[in-house]
Design a protein around this ligand. Structure first.
Ligand code: NHR
Ligand code: GAR
Length: 220
């Protein structure tokens, strides 16, 4: 039963999304075969090692330019022969060279209901704007930041008592469910990007929408 598809994870920090991907491997069609961080002491690398997954720190500060770093990153990712490349808290904008090389098999999870709140610091901005809803989006990665086609979104109601920390906690709990699911849908061959559209079972979809209701995720 070793027909599992090969996933490489890129991250920069804690790696709770990596942990969720690892913890749910057993029920899904993928296997994480390598983890690369541009921050050499990222805790996510330690999570990989504890799970006996190859872990590589590649310090972007040791390279003369973004492109030089990304060209090396392409080589290192390719050594793992991935079917899917997953950004999980990867905090460096990727050059067109990298994105084009893995086009159609490169996904990201972003902590907002895209197209709202692209970029960094989403929780602070959502709270400042007193938005009633927040959430996260899995999307295919294109050269333009946070702008690729959406695969899955999960939303929740912002509470009057929420602060950045509480909102992040609840959004990340949703991330840890929808991101492994997205990796599974892709690696089981059900999900693909075709001419900038997301197809599920060969039909175009709007993103699959989930909502958090009484601490459980429901398909909206
Ligand atoms: N690269 C491309 N080409 N397209 C996307 O959609 C990408 C991407 C790389 C990362 C994740 C991301 C997010 O979901 C992501 C999506 C980093 C920055 C950023 O400004 C913005 C968005 C995202 C990741 N990075 C600064 C930079 O100069 C560094 C910031 C820092 O180190 O704290 O790369 O939000
Ligand atoms: C995740 O919440 C993800 O949505 C966000 O970083 C966190 C990483 O957490 N991604 C971005 O902000 C991308 N710019 P993790 O390292 O614990 O998985």
């Amino acid at each position: 039963m070793s027909e599992k598809k090969r996933v490489v994870v890129l991250l920069s920090g804690n790696g709770t999304n990596l942990q969720a991907l690892l913890d749910q491997e057993h029920k899904y069609s993928y296997q994480v075969v390598g983890v690369i961080s541009n921050i050499p002491d990222a805790y996510g690398l330690e999570r990989a090692r504890q799970h006996k997954v190859a872990a590589l720190g590649l310090d972007h500060k040791a390279f003369s330019s973004r492109t030089a770093f990304d060209l090396r990153l392409i080589q290192e990712v390719n050594r793992f022969d991935p079917d899917l490349v997953v950004l999980a808290g990867y905090m460096r904008i990727l050059s067109p060279e990298f994105v084009d090389r893995f086009a159609g098999k490169l996904i990201n999870i972003h902590p907002s209901l895209l197209p709202d709140y692209k970029g960094l610091g989403t929780y602070k901005r959502v709270l400042a704007d007193k938005k009633p809803l927040h959430g996260c989006t899995v999307h295919f990665v294109t050269p333009e930041l946070d702008s690729g086609a959406h695969v899955i979104q999960a939303s929740l109601e912002v509470k009057a008592t929420d602060n950045e920390e509480s909102l992040m906690q609840r959004v990340q709990t949703m991330e840890h469910q929808i991101y492994p699911l997205a990796a599974h849908l892709f690696t089981s061959g059900r999900l693909q990007l075709k001419e900038d559209k997301v197809l599920l079972d060969n039909h175009p979809i709007n993103p699959l929408g989930y909502q958090l209701k009484e601490n459980a995720l429901e398909l909206a």
